[in-house]
Design a protein around this ligand. Sequence first.
Ligand code: ITT
Length: 196
Amino acid sequence: MKLKVEEDMQQSFDLYFVSSNYHKYQEAKNILDSFGINLGFFKHELEEIQSLSLKEIAAKKAVHAFQKYKKPIIVEDDGLFIDSLSGFPGPYSSFVFNTIGNKGILKLLKRNRRAKFVSIISFCNNKNSKSFEAKVDGTISKKQNGQGWGYDPIFIPKNSNKTFADLSNKNELSHRYKALKKFSNWYLHNLESNDL
Ligand code: ITT
C-alpha cells in the first residue's frame, strides 16, 4: 500500500485527493477514473473545525489543503446519521468509529434502524471553491456482515439486502459515488469551457 501511495505521488495529476484515509482515496480514484478524471493522492490529516455542518467542515478543509499543496484538490467529509440516535454519530463518525466502533453502534440500536450516509466533496483551486453533497438512505444491520472498512459491514443501502461490505457494486451507488458524480459534471463542464 505504501509503495502504491508513493508511486501515485510521483506522477503528475490534474487533481489531488487530500485525506488521511486511503480507503476513501481508492474508492474516489476508481469512481473518477470511470469519468475520465485521473486523481492523485496527498496522504495528510487535515485539521477539522468543530461544526455540526459537514459542508462547513469540508469547505474549510479544502481551503487549507489548497493552501498547503498549491494544486487543484478535492477533500471529502462523510457522516453516518442514525435516525433513532438523532443523527449521531454524524460529524463525529470518524471519532466514534475509532472508539466504540461497529460493535458499539450495534449495541445502541433497537427497532428503528434507519440511517443515512452523507458525503460532501469540496473542490478548491486558485479560482474556485465549491462543495457537492449527496446521501444514501439505508438501515443498520443487526450484526456485522462482510469485510469492508469503516461502517461498511453494518450499513445496508435502501433497496438492498446486503451491507456495503458485501455488495460488489458499492462504488456505483454509494454516497461517495453520488457526490463525485455531481462534482465531475461540474468539473468537466468548467474544464471544457476553460473556467477552472
Ligand atoms: P479524512 O482525513 O479524509 O478526514 P476520515 O477517515 O477522518 O478521513 P471522514 O471524517 O470523512 O474521514 O469520515 C468519517 C468516518 O466515516 C470514516 O473515518 C469512516 O469510518 C466512515 N466512513 C466514511 N465513508 C465510509 C464508507 O464509504 N464506508 C464505510 N465507512 C465510511
